[in-house]
Ligand binder design. Sequence first.
Ligand code: HEC
Ligand code: HEC
Length: 374
Amino acid sequence: MKPLAALALAVLLAAGGREPLAPPAPAGDWRWKLPTGVAPPPVPADNPMSLAKFELGRRLFYDKRLSGNGGVSCASCHQQRLAFSDGVALSVGATGERTLRNAQPLANVAWRKSYTWANYSLTTLERQMDGPLFRTDPVEMGINDGNRQAVLARLTADPLYRREFARVFPGEARPLTLANIVKAVASFERGIVSFDSRYDRHQAGTARLSAAELRGLSLFRSERGQCFRCHGSADFDEQMAGQGRGLPFRNIGLYDIDGDGGYPFPNRGALELSGRPADMGRFRSPGLRNVALTAPYMHDGSVATLEEAVRVHAEHGRGDGRRNRWKDPLIDRIRLTPAEQADIVAFLKTLTDETLTVDPRLADPFAAVPEAGR
Ligand code: HEC
Ligand code: HEC
């Protein structure tokens, strides 16, 4: 449909061209499937989970119509087969601009206490979404005041969306709003749960790890490895609920461009927001689930392989960054031989959840009908 025709239709519907009311979708029918020891994630009181909302959010997540020029969807940069990352150092947005940082994988994203690499003020998925939807520097999805109505009209033109928004947000005069789009997509994201790797099966006693993988696991948890200090939660980050307070961000010594600990602008970590010198180069310790699928690594994708990512830690940083004055002292405590680093890499590869990458509940709903939407 041409934008103008879509707009006309939206106006018509808004003006009272009502369709028969769909019955409200069941609420409260969402069940978390989690291993013992993992508590359900926090869910905002004003955006409870439901199967219908999750399903609506999935559709929107994969829908390129949810971008200013119809060029990208969330899934362009968060692909299921790559554990919802995208395999490139920096991603390309709707208008061809590159993102500043590496696209993060989204499995278990519901448990994070803050979102993105170093923005400690973004504490809900709903708020995080303002970034991809509206950011201008650089553009990701490219929705702005000029095209916002056209984007909404484009989605309103789809009878499936008209029906589902009415069902999922019953009682609202105009349920198809950006605010409700955000709620639905956030619900989908919360439902991207990954606890079915070989490591998990080993923990549950239903799979065996090799000798090298087991050595890697115990090195990971050891004083010589130090990995558990920053990647020690059930999600192998240090953010999952229940793991202490506060939001630690860490400098692991990747850069020192000025001899004073400087990281390259605008990737100076938590300092970009706080302005505090000690926050220079401090980024969130990423979760390591599915890490074999999420190359390249680090906040700027500057490390190509898993082997190199582990080596950078074991060598106490990279190049000049090894002397970075803001480097976290834990990094210098790491003592790993090359053979031990190889064992850790073997262990990290057991964190791949193949069920996640093919789960039909998380898959592209447009894949079967390529002409629709995307
Ligand atoms: C053009 C590529 C691109 C698109 C499109 C995109 N993202 Fe992202 N996403 C990124 C990048 C890059 C980051 C890391 C941002 C940063 O640290 O500054 C990210 C980070 C995130 C995070 C934070 C994850 C974490 O662990 O903290 C979430 C959540 C997220 N994106 C969800 C979405 C959703 C939902 C959409 C669609 C509305 C979307 N993204 C569209 C590239 C993209
Ligand atoms: C002091 C905290 C700390 C310790 C200890 C630590 N890491 Fe990290 N790790 C980080 C931070 C922070 C990053 C991201 C750095 C950046 O992008 O600037 C990271 C990144 C990684 C990455 C890249 C992941 C990705 O998605 O980009 C891997 C793999 C990794 N660490 C594995 C390990 C292993 C294995 C060990 C133990 C040998 C270890 N880490 C010890 C804090 C730590």
